[in-house]
Design a protein around this ligand. Structure first.
Ligand code: SAM
Length: 326
């Protein structure tokens, strides 16, 4: 996971910088955010009065200003912060001017460590759960802890905020009414194609987390397993060099073969199956046009190939259209 974050107050011409070298005026950043903050209602959690429990806190995926007021409240007030990597979260805390003790919690943490955290909550502690970036538990650690916390009957709440999947879908230009999140695909091609094949008939768009070095191979496997769908490669969300490439999988394969594997963090979004995108009206028009110069069989064959719809379905439709024409 990259720990490159960008400060939106810097000029667009400047390179994104790492926390360690970034001249963020920490106090200014926090003060501005607190100044803009809307007045709290009584129903909202108050800083420094933390109910014992786990607080699942989302953090920026690049742009430091994407932190929420509530996340700042929680981070400033909790007793314990647990995170994947204390160096990564330490830089984040430092940028907001917080000095806090942190403990490592990740997918390798033991049942015993989880038990101790649950005991800490049961004895009155508030615990913020963070991942390196974005929403904990979304392709990041935290699931086992929440599972055990649910079983242990302790309070858990979400402090929602940034994640990479939904902004990528928003920017892709693909249908957003239904979608499936696949997370990371297997690294090897056979397993990757098999994993993708399971989603062939899924309705709606697909969202996949990817890395630059694997992108071209992965796009090729997507085309083999799912057909040449509309897709988007969304890179470096919320950062200085945010970029979206849209087109069919073939277009994207050609583009990245030409320019080389992209750098930075990547989400791939795919449209639903090619056949689903084509309306019946458009198929009927294609059949009518083909019947002007072809037999029913040849017209059906051509339209089936062009639309990806089953040959038998198109043949039946072509027969009906041809007989209606008479
Ligand atoms: N928990 C995170 C979330 O809520 O999205 C995801 C963590 S996962 C370990 C990291 C992956 O998320 C990256 O490999 C990339 O696929 C995606 N990602 C994270 N930040 C991103 C960004 N700024 N732009 C594009 N993709 C990003």
């Amino acid at each position: 996971m990259s720990d490159t974050f960008c400060d939106p107050t810097q000029k667009q011409t400047q390179m994104p910088q790492r926390f360690s070298t970034m001249e963020v005026k920490r106090k200014d950043l926090r003060d501005t955010m607190m100044k803009d903050r809307p007045p709290m209602k009584h129903s909202e959690p108050q800083p420094n009065v933390m109910k014992p429990g786990f607080y699942l806190v989302s953090t920026p995926i690049g742009n430091l200003r994407d932190i929420t007021f509530r996340a700042l409240d929680v981070l400033s007030s909790v007793d314990i912060i647990i995170c994947e990597d204390t160096r990564v979260t330490g830089k984040l805390m430092n940028a907001y001017g917080f000095k806090k003790k942190m403990q490592v919690y990740n997918d390798h943490s033991t049942d015993h460590q989880r038990e101790n955290l649950i005991i800490a909550v049961k004895t009155g502690k508030s615990v913020a759960v963070l991942s390196d970036a974005g929403t904990p538990l979304v392709s990041d650690p935290g699931y086992k802890l929440v599972r055990d916390a649910v079983a242990g009957g302790v309070y858990i709440t979400s402090v929602p905020g940034p994640n990479a999947a939904l902004p990528a879908l928003q920017l892709s230009g693909l249908p957003t009414d239904q979608f499936s999140f696949l997370g990371f695909l297997p690294p090897k091609t056979t397993a990757r194609q098999a994993a993708l094949k399971k989603w062939e008939a899924a309705p709606g768009s697909l969202i996949i987390y990817e890395t630059g070095p694997r992108l071209i191979d992965s796009l090729q496997d997507m085309r083999i397993a799912l057909g040449d769908r509309q897709a988007a490669v969304v890179r470096e969300l919320t950062k200085m060099y945010e970029e979206v490439q849209r087109g069919t999988l073939s277009d994207l394969i050609v583009h990245y073969t030409k320019v080389g594997a992209p750098k930075g963090e990547i989400v791939v979004t795919l449209g639903c199956a090619v056949a689903e995108l084509i309306s019946t009206e458009s198929i009927e028009k294609q059949i009518l046009s083909a019947l002007k110069s072809m037999s029913v069989r040849d017209a059906a064959e051509m339209v089936s190939q062009a639309t990806g719809k089953p040959r038998k379905t198109i043949y039946t439709l072509a027969l009906k259209i041809a007989s209606d024409k008479k």
